[in-house]
Design a protein. Sequence first.
Length: 405
Amino acid sequence: MPILDITLILVASAIFLLLQLRRVRKNLFWTATVTPLASIIGSGFLIVAPLLAEVVGKLAPLAMAAIAGVAIWIGSVIRFNIRHAEPLLNQADGDPHLQLMEQMSRVVLFAAYVISIAFYLRLMSSFVLEGFGYNVALWAQIMTTVILLAISAIGAWSGLAGLERMETVSVSIKLAIVVSLMIGLFHHNVVEGFQIDGVVADHLTIGEKLGMLAGMLLLVQGFETSRYLSNGYSAAIRARSMLLAQLLSSVMYVAFVALLLPLLHHLEQGRPDETSIIFLSSFAASILPLMLIVAAVMSQFSAAVADTVGSGGLMEEQTSGRISAAWTYLIVAALGILLVWTADIFEIVAIASRAFAAYYLLQTGISFVLRARKPTNGLKVLHLLSLTVLGAILLAVFFFALPVG
């Protein structure tokens, strides 16, 4: 086995073991960070570079930085609402307009979560079965059903803690492999040179590019899960851990896209594919394709678990505890199974993307109302202007987002 392969395996193993240390696993701030981090670095991480190259060519790292920046901007709205809206929304005699906006956003988000969970696990099942040469619809549906039942059963039996344990292990594996991947890509670029002249995207109009970039904003979705973990963590911990998850994932996304850029000329223009990264990684190190298959499975699984956790907290908060998170996990599984067996997940996921944009827009509206009621000063004016611009961006995403390819 080449020395590079051995080095990458050792690096991944060392990072995984580090993240499994008791002081790390039991750290309250880290466990609060894991849920949003798992969801953000989901399926999007392994497909974002080929998609961006298809849309903007060699400007892909800048585009990724812009997408991450908008996501952090949206995250600031969720953090503001954690600190300022939650206390008001939890009051029985709270503002009826805010209550209505919050209830609407919760319904939209719950639907998006169910669709996303089914999509993540169906994609994961197809990925695994493809590796064994058995990727047919029936087997994928059966495998997805079994996984949905397993996740919901563990959640119902062990609660949030049980799901977080599953999530922590899968995120640890994923992060360890992603770091090794970036080291392998860095080594390749040092040895072969950072050549990106072959990465071009001149077959799309400006309007098409903007529409596709708007659609890719939802690849970094997931930070909002912190909003619905109030039963396990304080508002301060949830807000700070969400910001950490967004900053960590943003750095990893931008660095990954930049490091992969010299290899993207190997892809056929106009044919982005969700498994392209597996093919491209083989140019950097022979062990990486196998490691990335594991990372892909962990990405889908951890993202699905993270959204399951988020949906449980969401339903419990929405019903004031009348429907517990444990029961919600079973409801999500039932709806997900129904979706897997009756719908084309790859078509309906577009609806989930628009649902997430609608949710963020409603949350932005809540922030706007709360800030508008504060005493007028320069900071208030700037904040309201920021929320207005962000609302316009989210409206554009909702109405004009296009699928890549």
